[in-house]
Design a protein around this ligand. Structure first.
Ligand SMILES: [Zn+2]
Ligand SMILES: [Zn+2]
Length: 84
């Protein structure tokens, strides 16, 4: 048992430290936020809410097209198709 005191060198601990690890910030999402495994290419089908929470179609259907994050309606994400 090391008896070395670390007085004054302890980092302050905040009760909400976990939130600092939550990096689910605004990004262009190419994966479903729910299952985190389904790839969502820009030209593929997806569901998105007004806050840009993005989900795959099966998850959207499973959640009855209601966003679990904000409670908003999930709609079909417009596909970003290349000029034809
Ligand atoms: Zn999904
Ligand atoms: Zn949402």
């Amino acid at each position: 048992m090391p008896g070395v005191p670390r007085m004054g060198r302890d980092r302050p601990r905040h009760p909400d430290t976990r939130k600092g690890e939550d990096d689910m910030a605004l990004e262009m999402r190419d994966r479903c936020e729910r299952c985190e495994t389904a790839a969502l290419p820009a030209d593929g089908p997806a569901r998105i809410c007004s806050y840009e929470c993005t989900f795959c179609v099966p998850c959207g259907e499973a959640m009855r097209d209601v966003c679990p994050n904000c409670g908003g309606e999930l709609v079909a994400r417009p596909r970003r198709a290349a000029a034809s």
